[in-house]
Write a protein of this length. Structure first.
Length: 440
């Protein structure tokens, strides 16, 4: 069992070394990293749920700590200005504790203005990373979000330390337990809302603490890629269930999708075939290969499934070339994952931030990076029966190749998505999701 404290110690030492090298290269003596400021609902007396900036969470696992700052100099411990107000309206932040305080010079402030005494003086050798706050708005010479520095940080974010990998692993372990509960609720005939609430309860998290809004889709709702309506009434005839939901641990996320059939029918067979597509794509992941090529491989494998199940009477090669597969699989195969569900920097060619755009045939692909050791990705092939996309093909030159009667009979099931979180290693791939499921 890895010692999280030791892993974090190694992580912060390496992180500071890398970022200080970047600071020296770009001519900065200090970095100021605000946690962020809550956003007030317009013309109301409450704030939207707050999440600390991902820049801030790169250093400390404090996900809900507003009005605070990490200050990094070229040497010594970084300073953490820890805002702990005296408050009887809301629960104030707890006293600093856990695996991180020993690595910071922690300065507790009870009023926001007190942070100023611990921040460096305004200078062009100061860089500020993140959204502007009442404190950083007073800086006129400091460089705010310098692009060259940020591009390098984004580039490096793709490579996960052992500590970060362990956090993503734990986020998967939390989520798969909840996924199991969700499937049980579906089998019991519950509504989308009931399944969603059971999932959230099983994570031990509040709804606003989830890494993203759960997608809990029954029957034809599974054809809506970002379905969030969550009906409170169960359908009279349950057919299918797609759940795309994760969990968080120390600010790192999991992102898992599973699809189920209520009956042991042909849709269940189709799910099994798509599960094999997911696993075969993961088997093809290798350091040095392009993620965009993996996405193309997924299209060929999905084309073979469309042919196998008699949805389209064309060769798999022709389906991909003519973009018929995009009718059934319109989104990207996956993305980087970590402090953000869709970790930033996924479309970079190098550390300078040179864009590496997705191919014109697959514009929604979020990651075009070359796969390298210690990167964390999701892999999420899908096959859906989406009427607006199917309608485009009804009058096309390929219309006669579609088995429209069979497609129509599958539309009430919505669609299928299978998603795992994986870590690339030099000698293979670690499937965090499947490993967590095997451990149940």
């Amino acid at each position: 069992m890895p010692d999280l404290a030791s892993l974090y110690a190694d992580h912060i030492i390496d992180l500071l070394s890398r970022h200080r090298t970047l600071m020296q290269r770009e001519g900065y003596d200090y970095l100021i990293v605000p946690s962020g400021t809550p956003i007030r609902v317009y013309q109301d007396d409450m704030d939207y749920p707050f999440k600390s900036s991902f820049f801030f969470r790169t250093y400390v696992p404090l996900t809900e700590l507003p009005h605070s700052y990490v200050v990094i100099g070229l040497q010594g411990k970084p300073t953490l200005v820890y805002h702990q107000p005296v408050d009887f309206w809301h629960t104030p932040p707890a006293d600093p504790e856990g695996i991180w305080p020993a690595h910071f010079d922690v300065q507790i402030v009870t009023e926001r203005g007190q942070a100023k005494q611990y921040l460096p003086k305004d200078s062009e050798r100061v860089a500020i990373l993140g959204e502007e706050t009442d404190m950083t708005s007073e800086y006129s010479q400091a460089v705010k979000n310098p692009q060259k520095l940020i591009n390098s940080i984004y580039w490096q974010r793709a490579y996960k330390s052992e500590y970060e990998q362990e956090c993503i692993k734990k986020a998967n372990e939390i989520a798969v337990v909840s996924h199991q509960i969700a499937e049980e609720m579906f089998r019991a005939g519950k509504s989308e809302q009931q399944i969603h609430l059971a999932y959230v309860e099983a994570t031990g998290m509040m709804e606003h603490q989830m890494p993203y809004s759960n997608i809990v889709a029954l029957n034809e709702h599974a054809a809506i890629l970002h379905y969030h309506e969550c009906q409170s009434k169960a359908p009279e005839t349950p057919r299918s269930f797609l759940i795309d939901a994760g969990a968080s641990f120390n600010g790192y996320h999991s992102d898992i999708t599973r699809t189920y059939s209520y009956q042991n029918d042909e849709f269940a067979d189709l799910i099994a075939a798509m599960d094999e597509v997911n696993l075969s794509c993961i088997d093809a992941m290798k350091a040095g290969n392009e993620y965009a090529d993996l996405h193309d491989l997924a299209h060929h494998k999905i084309a073979a499934v469309l042919k196998q199940f008699d949805f389209v009477d064309m060769s798999p090669e022709s389906m991909v070339e003519s973009r018929v597969t995009a009718t059934f699989f319109p989104h990207g195969l996956g993305h980087l994952i970590g402090l953000q569900v869709h970790d930033i920097g996924g479309q970079y060619a190098d550390e300078t931030g040179t864009p590496k755009a997705p191919p014109a045939t697959h514009p929604f692909l979020r990651s075009t990076r070359t796969m390298e050791a210690e990167m964390a990705f999701t892999v999420e092939p899908g096959l859906y029966f989406i009427e607006p996309l199917l309608a485009e093909k009804r009058d096309s030159e390929f219309a006669k190749a579609f088995n429209w009667d069979k497609i129509e009979s599958f539309k009430p099931y919505g669609g299928i998505r299978i998603e795992d979180d994986v870590i690339i290693k030099q000698d293979g791939v670690i499937n965090l999701t499947r490993n967590a499921m095997k451990a149940l």
